[in-house]
Design a protein around this ligand. Structure first.
Ligand code: ZN
Length: 311
């Protein structure tokens, strides 16, 4: 597998900061057009404000990632795909907001692509923080439908793949490479990282998704090592019972150095993207279970997304 070697050194938390990454530029605002998508493109701000209002974080004790560079984009994506993002039509397709195709591409780059670039850099930095601090959390990212060659489903850049490539790049002493487990508990199949790590024996993918809904990428499913399915009508207890069995078994067998956890919450009851019936309490129990199984803080883990769903 091609291993990019172009990622900038990470921005790690200072002694007075917690390993939580967020900046206001994560949020996507497009003069109201963004509301045409069922996804809340400003949810990152809502999550940060909720944490701040609960006196859990401040703007000063969290980390604001830099903008992902052009060189980093070129390391993670094909030239053809990046060239396609010069077009408003392509950006509108990936963002799933067709009317945005009428907006000049320079504005879409600033208002749509730039937020994805900040959030992707946050995932990279959070992965590094996980290896050095035991945990790293990014309030954005989790763009699990994007791969090196392709983006869709509101996922422009493959931040999960970038995070794994970046930490491996700075850990050359690991031969074979760092073992990384992707735990993807969003309602949808993570076809992007599955395409990027197809056949990579150092990456174990545990994916729980609802079959038959987007993206239903049969080719990418071959990359899944531990598969779980959300079924319509199942309650959270059924899902949690299966996770409680399969996640520890996968961890014990694979023994990862790093866990990348995509904590999508579009599994929540009432979410139009998934049609599932998982309660908020179930989601909290899910996240606690993942951290507990990872032995936090003894085993490193990174959470590209928290508290609000990703596709
Ligand atoms: Zn999703």
């Amino acid at each position: 597998m091609h291993a990019p070697r172009a990622f900038a050194p990470p921005q790690l938390p200072t002694a007075t900061q917690v390993p939580l990454y967020y900046r206001p530029e994560y949020n996507i605002r497009l003069w109201g057009l963004e509301r045409l998508h069922p996804f809340d493109s400003c949810k990152y701000e809502a999550v940060f404000c909720a944490l701040r209002d609960a006196s859990l974080v401040t703007a000063d004790n969290t980390v604001q990632p830099a903008l992902l560079s052009e060189e980093e984009l070129q390391a993670a994506h094909s030239d053809a795909y990046l060239r396609s993002l010069e077009s408003s039509i392509s950006i509108a397709r990936v963002a799933e907001v067709p009317p945005a195709a009428c907006v000049p591409s320079c504005l879409l780059k600033r208002n749509v692509l730039q937020p994805f670039r900040y959030a992707a850099r946050g995932s990279i930095d959070a992965a590094h923080a996980a290896l050095s601090r035991g945990v790293g959390i990014n309030l954005g990212g989790g763009f699990h439908h994007a791969s090196r060659e392709f983006g869709h489903g509101f996922c422009v850049y493959n931040d999960i793949s970038m995070a794994i490539w970046a930490v491996r790049e700075t850990a050359p002493e690991h031969e074979p490479p760092l073992r990384v487990m992707i735990v993807d508990l969003d309602a949808h199949q993570g076809d992007g990282h599955e395409r990027d790590f197809m056949g990579d024996h150092a990456t174990h993918i545990l994916d729980c998704y609802r079959p038959g809904i987007f993206p239903d990428a049969r080719d990418a499913m071959r990359a899944i090592h531990t598969s779980m399915h959300f079924r319509v009508g199942d309650d959270g207890h059924t899902f949690l019972a299966e996770l409680r069995t399969k996640l520890p078994a996968a961890l014990a067998t694979f023994r990862p150095h790093l866990v990348v956890y995509n904590a999508g919450t579009d599994i929540l009851i009432g979410d139009p993207l998934s049609g599932l019936t998982i309660t908020a309490e179930n989601v909290v129990a899910r996240d606690e279970l993942v951290f507990e199984c990872c032995g936090y803080p003894r085993v490193q883990s990174v959470q590209p997304t928290t508290a609000s769903g990703v596709c």
